[in-house]
Ligand binder design. Structure first.
Ligand code: PRP
Length: 178
């Protein structure tokens, strides 16, 4: 599949993403006003660009931590399992937490990660995803904040890869095989 030739058409511009992040940060600031020190948790690897832009726009006292989860199938989409490849460095008990995802697709990753973090008894636990593909959902969940709802297209850029490539594009693009 990676040998197939493809082009990338811009779907969401860097400017639109920046504008949406500004709006989202206003809402997040309202929600977490007065928080002691919010722990912003990026899910690796896809969220690394989004979290970098998000925290620089966020006018709140924060700490940043990362968690790496990998989802894999056993041949049946509905029995997806999620493994934790890298856990948080810090404890979150009693702390307010914001989980940052690049994209919610089937929902298994966010579902598993929020259940895990909840078991550690944080204060408020909220989530944000830059992109949401509701048509692909297998688990009934939605991030507390979503940047853009998108159709079931193959997207890359702004942290999201195609076979580990194209994460460094500054915009969200749509893969078109040629
Ligand atoms: C992608 C993406 C999300 C997850 C969403 O991660 O970054 O974390 O899949 O899919 P889901 O809603 O169906 O669980 P991936 O496992 O490809 O790893 P990456 O972030 O390192 O690219």
């Amino acid at each position: 599949m990676t040998d197939r030739r493809y082009v990338i058409d811009e779907m969401i511009s860097a400017k639109s993403i920046a504008a949406r992040i500004e709006d989202l940060c206003k809402e997040i600031q309202k929600e977490f006003k007065g928080t002691d020190k919010l722990v912003v948790v990026g899910l690796l690897r896809g969220s690394f660009v989004f979290i970098a832009d998000l925290v620089r726009e966020l006018d709140l006292p924060i700490e940043v931590d990362f968690l790496e989860a990998s989802s894999y199938g056993d041949g049946m989409e509905s029995s997806r399992e999620v493994r934790i490849l890298k856990d948080l460095r810090g404890a979150i008990e009693g702390r307010d937490v914001l989980v940052v995802e690049d994209i919610v697709d089937t929902g298994h990753t966010l579902h598993h990660v929020t259940a895990l973090l909840k078991s550690r008894e944080p204060g408020r636990l909220k989530s944000i995803a830059l992109l949401d593909k509701p048509s692909r959902r297998e688990v009934d969940l939605k991030a507390d904040w979503t940047g853009f709802e998108i159709p079931d297209e193959f997207v890359v850029g702004y942290g999201i890869d195609f076979a580990q490539r194209n994460r460094n594009l500054p915009f969200i693009g749509k893969v078109r095989f040629v």
